[in-house]
Design a protein around this ligand. Structure first.
Ligand SMILES: [Zn+2]
Length: 305
């Protein structure tokens, strides 16, 4: 099969020869309020991993290294370690594109259920969701509202350096330069493989997690409302929280807030395999999802020995 050129073709950029689908589901999906909320939640839960697992996890904010006066007194090797660890923290996030696409659609699935919109495994319907997500990431990269909790102001001058761009680095990692044609290709892949266990696992787990977050009767909502901050950070599910979500693979072993890492680690290899073996290959995408360090729950702290 002849390879198509994706990059910089004006046809791709303006590619909408057919009219947007006007079924009830698609019309409702385009009503921005609702979808913004889901995209933001998805982005927020992944950024949480970056902020807390990686930046805080590195020890950048512990009593030895923070605030700046303390940081300045550290040994050079430790300073170097902290700066490097934090400035490279974005790297693992790039290759999990397929994971967060399944995760995003799962979250929309749940939101549709809440609002009684019929969820469709169809291209236009899913494209609206993916474009909304990318628009949101782009906004945070280009003109962020720094007052929202997706932007951690503490990161902006960490270690007294204004050029590390720790917030922006994350958003850029979540925004690979993809053409509409490549986005369609990803969606086609998702539709074709939606019954695969790895795809379903991420999809229904994201739906489950969003449900726990939004449903006022969930045990997680109650903890968030009544408990201390630390209780919601360390909250773990128990068996009763799985009612109605039998396809969710969220676990009772790991804090709910770390779900994205858990899902990424459990599904990545299979999703990548399913994608790479597709007949119509796209070199750029195949590389994007293959290169980079694995995601971890927590960055390592500096070890002096
Ligand atoms: Zn439609």
């Amino acid at each position: 099969m002849k390879k198509k050129k994706y990059k910089f073709s004006s046809r791709n950029i303006n590619q909408s020869p057919k009219k947007a689908c006007n079924c009830d589901s698609c019309k409702e999906m385009r009503s921005l309020d609702r979808i913004d909320r889901v995209s933001r939640w998805v982005l927020g839960t992944i950024k949480w991993t970056y902020d807390f697992g990686y930046i805080f996890g590195s020890g950048a904010f512990n009593e030895r290294a923070y605030p700046l006066e303390k940081f300045e007194k550290l040994e050079e090797t430790e300073k170097k370690y902290l700066i490097e660890t934090c400035s490279q923290a974005y790297k693992p996030f790039k290759k999990y594109l397929l994971v967060y696409v399944c995760y995003l659609f799962g979250a929309y699935f749940q939101q549709c259920k809440r609002h009684k919109i019929k969820f469709k495994f169809e291209k236009d319907f899913l494209m609206t969701q993916l474009l909304s997500f990318r628009k949101m990431v782009k906004k945070f990269y280009k003109e962020p509202n720094k007052k929202t909790n997706l932007w951690l102001p503490m990161l902006d001058d960490l270690f007294g350096k204004k050029d590390l761009n720790l917030n922006k680095n994350f958003f850029l990692a979540m925004l690979p330069p993809l053409t509409n044609q490549q986005l369609e290709y990803i969606i086609d892949w998702f539709i074709k493989n939606r019954k695969e266990k790895a795809v379903e696992s991420v999809f229904y787990s994201a739906a489950h997690y969003l449900h726990l977050e939004l449903d006022e009767n969930s045990s997680f909502s109650k903890i968030k409302e009544d408990g201390e901050m630390i209780d919601s950070l360390s909250f773990k599910l128990s068996q009763k929280d799985f009612k109605g979500f039998d396809k969710s693979i969220l676990t009772t072993e790991i804090s709910l807030r770390y779900s994205f890492v858990y899902l990424a680690l459990s599904s990545y290899e299979v999703l990548k395999y399913l994608f790479v073996k597709s007949t119509q290959e796209d070199k750029f995408l195949n590389q994007l999802i293959s290169i980079g360090p694995d995601i971890v729950y927590q960055a390592k702290e500096f070890n002096a020995e």
